[in-house]
Design a protein around this ligand. Structure first.
Ligand SMILES: CC(=O)[C@@H](O)[C@H](O)COP(=O)(O)O
Ligand SMILES: NCC(=O)COP(=O)(O)O
Length: 245
């Protein structure tokens, strides 16, 4: 079955806007579990613009769903991940000046460093995922260094859809489709995420090799109007409909 990981980063964005204890990301995670999420994703950024260290502590101490900790490849984050030993760690590129994750991890250009970086995480029992574009060179490098998972960056596909550039969007979707097949053929588990909405999730969910989608920002946005539980249940319906076609 296609799994849904709910990213709760932007519950923390709303909280941090006023420095209040609410909304509580842990409460959102519990609602997500009740609504049928298969996992929780949280991105502990170097600048802590949303998820904090205390959030990760609380999630690890109280969550029953598996936690997918997203983080940059830094010594600080590696130490945090080794302390918590979450179900999964997803290595993402980070730049402080970026509004959101802009591209995929350059695995091919940092192969030796990343191989050294992920080894202790894997040995500690965390499933290691690399957040990459669909470039075959990046996918092959991920397999070479022993990652268990690649998460394909769907941001460009989503942005092209929003911009109405449908031919370019469809070309990006073809790249993601080929990348998923290549990753699967190399023994990598295939995930996908970034920017997915009710309107864009279908073709990604329909890619047969994709085992998990990580979705956050749109669900939190939608929850403002329908509630988080209903937003998650509707996203799951869209995913299941697409997979059933
Ligand atoms: C890696 C990814 O696509 C998401 O986790 C995204 O990074 C959410 O965090 P931001 O919205 O802060 O980029
Ligand atoms: N890795 C993608 C993720 O966790 C959620 O991304 P978004 O839906 O918040 O853009």
């Amino acid at each position: 079955m296609l799994r849904l990981g709910v990213n709760i980063d932007h519950v923390a964005t709303i909280r941090n806007a006023r420095g209040t204890p609410w909304p509580d990301p842990l409460r959102a995670a519990r609602i997500a579990e009740d609504a049928g999420a298969d996992g929780i994703t949280a991105h502990l950024r170097e600048d802590r613009r949303h998820i904090s260290d205390a959030d990760i502590d609380a999630l690890m101490a109280n969550l029953t769903l598996p936690l997918n900790l997203e983080m940059a490849a830094t010594a600080e984050m590696q130490a945090i991940a080794l302390r918590h030993r979450p179900h999964a760690v997803c290595i993402v590129p980070e730049k402080r000046e970026e509004r959101t994750t802009e591209g995929g991890l350059d695995v091919a250009g940092n192969e030796a460093m990343l191989a050294r970086f992920i080894a202790p995480l894997r040995d500690a029992g965390s499933r290691v995922s690399l957040f990459v574009g669909h470039d075959p060179a990046q996918i092959r490098a991920a397999a070479r260094i022993g990652a268990a998972v690649v998460e394909l960056h769907t941001g460009a596909y989503c942005d092209l859809d929003t911009e109405g550039r449908h031919a370019d969007r469809d070309a990006e979707l073809a790249g993601l489709t080929h990348g998923a097949a290549l990753a699967d053929s190399l023994g990598l588990e295939v995930h996908a995420g970034h920017g997915l909405t009710f309107g864009t999730v279908g073709p990604i969910a329909a890619i047969p090799q994709v085992k998990e989608l990580n979705i956050g920002h749109f669900l939190i946005a939608e929850s403002v109007f329908t509630g988080l539980g209903e937003a998650i249940r509707e996203m799951r319906r869209k995913m299941d409909e697409a997979r059933a076609r």
